[in-house]
Write a new protein. Structure first.
Length: 390
């Protein structure tokens, strides 16, 4: 029996600007430290795990006997988005970032999208906050029926449409067309995202649980494929499956919010054996980081913290649990975009770790190497296992 390996990604949980963060405009960002400093949020269970031992945190002190191996990881790939982060966790490293469009998408891209969608034109076509864009252009969208197309500092092509104007399934068809026929080659963005919304002018609301990400297809050489080839079942909870184009998983469970993700995880932990479980908890990023809501971000961390005892109780003697992030998203900054930050790593049980203080890891792919090591698999991922050598 090999046991189960769990990787939980708290979306947007950064622990300080990387050395190259200034190139991304993020030199002053430190998501976790700034949230703790502004809100004084207590995270007693993650404190016992060793979260406060990774970097100084105003409201999460150092603990003398942490339950986890603890450290932080550097992103080696170029970029600071969810696709890049999760891919690197799975052993994929990108030499070049996905393309971004700070001036909006070129006319040929928009024209091709319009042709495929059967619309005359689009609205916006520039970087915009997802909540602001429907507030500012929702009325015009209702009047004209033109889809709202926008981007951000990340490599994304986002299409927003009111459900009374464009049924959600049609919006998905538009985005699937864009993914397959428009955003390819040199315009191959990391994600095409369908953003349905509802409500009336002045009170438009995004329907977050109907959002759908159409990611670019990942390279075949990755941890998930390697596990499947070895007969090890792989499970996705949350948006992870979308970042891997619905491939590489034995089973997946999409979720509407973190509470559902935690519930799905606890249920799965009671049912599986000799499996790899990859979890994304999105609320910190989607609901609070992008909306510059430090208080909401803190409450979301506390919600997860309260679930830690139940999660740890289900970690069996032969299991391995790793908790990390995929990038930063500092809600105390002036930017609503992701930030180029180190991410934390907590490895439980601490007795499995090569050393209690795991230090600064050179790549997120150390998680892929650790998981492969746990299952006894030979790989050539660029990184190092964090487990003790037998």
């Amino acid at each position: 029996m090999m046991g189960n390996c769990y990787v939980i990604v708290i979306d947007g949980l950064g622990v300080g600007a990387q050395e190259d963060a200034a190139e991304y405009g993020d030199a002053e960002d430190n998501t976790l430290a700034h949230v703790c400093g502004e809100t004084a949020c207590k995270l007693p269970n993650m404190q016992r795990m060793g979260l406060g031992n990774i970097i100084p945190l105003a409201s999460v002190p150092v603990t003398a006997e942490p339950l986890c191996g603890h450290g932080k990881m550097r992103e080696r790939s170029a970029g600071k988005d969810s696709t890049t982060g999760h891919w690197e966790i799975a052993g994929i490293q990108l030499n070049r970032p996905f393309p971004t469009y700070p001036g909006g998408f070129p006319d040929p891209v928009i024209q091709q999208f319009c042709g495929g969608a059967g619309v005359e034109r689009v609205l916006v076509n520039k970087p915009y906050s997802g909540t602001d864009v429907i507030e500012d252009y929702g009325q015009e969208h209702l009047e004209t029926g033109y889809p709202i197309v926008y981007t951000s500092a990340d490599s994304v092509f986002q299409v927003a449409a009111h459900v009374d104007v464009t049924p959600v399934e049609r919006l998905y068809e538009w985005c699937e067309y864009a993914r397959s026929n428009v955003l390819t080659g040199r315009h191959g963005v990391g994600r095409v995202i369908a953003r349905p919304f509802e409500g009336r002018p002045g009170s438009f609301v995004r329907i977050s649980d109907r959002r759908h990400d159409f990611s670019i297809e990942p390279p075949g050489h990755n941890l998930l494929n390697r596990l499947l080839e070895a007969g090890i079942k792989t499970y996705s909870i949350g948006k992870v499956v979308d970042l891997f184009t619905e491939q590489h998983f034995s089973q997946f469970r999409r979720t509407k919010h973190n509470a559902e993700g935690i519930s799905q995880l606890l249920s799965l932990m009671s049912a599986v054996s000799d499996s790899f479980v990859f979890v994304n908890l999105i609320d910190t990023d989607q609901k609070y980081g992008h909306r510059l809501d430090a208080g909401g971000f803190a409450r979301c961390l506390q919600e997860f913290d309260r679930a830690i005892p139940a999660i740890m109780d289900k970690v069996r003697e032969d299991d391995l649990l790793m908790i990390t992030g995929d990038h930063g998203n500092d809600p105390t900054s002036t930017s609503t975009d992701h930030s180029r930050e180190f991410v934390p790593v907590l490895l439980f049980p601490a007795s499995s770790a090569e050393q209690l203080n795991l230090g600064t890891r050179q790549t997120f792919s150390d998680i892929a190497c650790t998981a492969a090591h746990f299952f006894g698999l030979e790989t050539n991922f660029s990184g190092k296992s964090m487990l003790k050598r037998e």
